[in-house]
Design a protein around this ligand. Structure first.
Ligand SMILES: Cc1cc2nc3c(=O)[nH]c(=O)nc-3n(C[C@H](O)[C@H](O)[C@H](O)COP(=O)(O)OP(=O)(O)OC[C@H]3O[C@@H](n4cnc5c(N)ncnc54)[C@H](O)[C@@H]3O)c2cc1C
Length: 435
């Protein structure tokens, strides 16, 4: 068999710690791998996807040696850096009201996965603050309202309940008059994401070996085995699952289908009582934007606001600059805040694919990939990770590409970067009111 060799110039490293992780007690990371070992399966990435794959693998092949390596630690990696929305139905970007039969199948797989996540953490000593709060989707401008209309069409034809809200109703619930119209639906949970991923990691059985601070640096196929190099060890394995999302192309795979995109979030300190009292009647809410370049917001149970916004191609921007930009966007929604004192500001990555379809399946003999979350992969990543373990163990799986799409080809650099910048500039201009 031909040897395949790939080298990885970098892996996930961020300027600032995750603000969610900062709020938790300090974490004792798992040991890094320092010995050469052999495994039946090696999973690269201990985020939602990798953890789900490992758990499923153990259910199917109890006697296999299952090893996971992660470049970072639970809570600090991307799975602990997100906004914590767990949708139990399809994401708005995926929702297609003209293809309801397919959508219903997606919805049912996603809601079943949501139940699995709840089940996994039910005995955890860590409080993930997982609550079925529902979700608001709110629009400032005509472009946003058009997208809300499409989403309400999807909810209606899927038989899912939702409420339409005008500016006054939104203000009563959320304390902001910025949005002209909104939709509320109950099919969403909010969580403290760093606590959630720590709980899921904590629920791994002792048989599954997890090594943190252990990046895969290169992969090579030697006859029927894969050899993975980490800074201090070599792992020889029969099968590999690549679950490192935005960084999968850095290992030399799916380079024509995925790009690393940075986005940013910030959490305020606990707000003063008079500000909290002005934030509407609902004390734990989340707003998703009506346009994919718009801002996400949350009010947390402990009285903070979170905002997530802005995108950068391939490189993290200076977090001080981002802090000022996020503060501006928050004050625009809540003028009473006047001056913002963020507790934390941080960046995270999403695996971007041109058409929003995932990268999923067997890409080389005994090498399986699930990547390309496009900013919404807590529940979907969990589903895809589980099903990838099924696929790698020759179990029947639903047709993921038919149901959820398939990442489309993107031109190489520098055309890709120029194209991304041009499209996002045009889109940003069209949707600037939603940011
Ligand atoms: C700011 C922000 C807000 C978001 N909000 C939401 C949201 O509200 N809801 C939602 O569903 N999604 C959201 N997302 C997306 C969500 O975080 C991802 O979809 C999710 O984390 C995907 O899980 P994953 O396991 O596939 O990948 P990741 O969470 O990215 O995990 C990949 C893991 O691989 C590791 N890794 C990378 N390279 C290597 C290597 N070479 N060797 C070893 N390990 C490696 C990383 O350390 C990481 O732990 C958001 C993302 C960001 C950045």
């Amino acid at each position: 068999m031909k040897n395949v060799s790939h080298s990885c110039p970098n892996y996930t490293q961020y300027n600032n710690n995750s603000g969610w992780n900062n709020l938790l007690p300090s974490y004792k990371s798992k040991d890094a791998l320092t010995d050469n070992i052999e495994s039946d399966v090696l999973i690269i990435g201990a985020g939602f996807t990798g953890i789900a794959a490992a758990k499923r693998w153990e259910q199917i092949s109890k006697n296999d040696r299952i090893v996971i390596i992660d470049a970072s630690t639970a809570g600090e990696s991307n799975s602990g850096r997100n906004s914590g929305f767990l949708l139990e139905i399809s994401l708005a970007n995926d929702a297609d009201p003209d293809d309801i039969l397919r959508m219903k199948e997606c919805n049912s797989l996603i809601s079943e996965t949501m139940r699995t996540i709840q089940d996994e953490i039910k005995n955890s000593p860590i409080n993930s603050q997982l609550n079925r709060t529902g979700v608001y989707r709110a629009a400032v401008s005509e472009i946003g309202i058009k997208s809300l209309n499409n989403y309400s069409k999807f909810l209606k034809s899927s038989g899912l309940d939702y409420e339409h809200l005008d500016r006054n109703q939104l203000e009563e619930k959320l304390g902001t008059r910025l949005y002209k119209e909104g939709l509320y639906n109950p099919h969403c949970y909010l969580a403290q994401p760093a606590a959630l991923i720590r709980s899921l990691v904590g629920a791994l059985s002792e048989k599954i070996e997890l090594y943190e601070n252990t990046p895969a640096i290169s992969l090579q196929r030697k006859r029927s085995k894969w050899l993975i190099k980490t800074p201090k060890s070599i792992i020889k394995t029969n099968k590999i699952i690549i679950a490192n999302n935005a960084f999968c192309s850095k290992l030399g795979f799916a380079e024509s289908y995925i790009s690393t995109i940075y986005t940013y979030a910030a959490l305020t300190k606990v707000l003063n009582r008079d500000i909290i009292d002005s934030l509407g009647s609902n004390n734990n809410w989340g707003i998703l934007p009506a346009h994919r370049l718009g801002s996400t917001l949350r009010r947390t149970i402990d009285g903070r606001l979170m905002i997530r916004s802005f995108y950068d191609y391939g490189k993290e921007r200076d977090n001080n600059e981002i802090s000022k930009m996020l503060a501006q966007k928050l004050i625009r929604r809540f003028p009473k805040l006047k001056k913002i004192d963020f507790d934390s500001v941080w960046g995270g990555t999403t695996g971007f694919t041109y058409n929003g379809g995932p990268i999923w399946g067997e890409f080389s003999k005994n090498l399986f990939i699930s990547a390309g979350c496009n900013g919404g992969g807590i529940v979907k990543g969990t589903l895809f990770g589980k099903l990838l373990a099924d696929l790698a163990n020759n179990k029947k799986t639903p047709d993921i590409n038919k149901l959820f799409g398939k990442a489309s080809w993107m031109p190489p650099e520098p055309i890709r970067k120029i194209g991304f910048k041009m499209i996002s500039m045009i889109e940003r201009n069209k949707a600037k009111a939603e940011i």
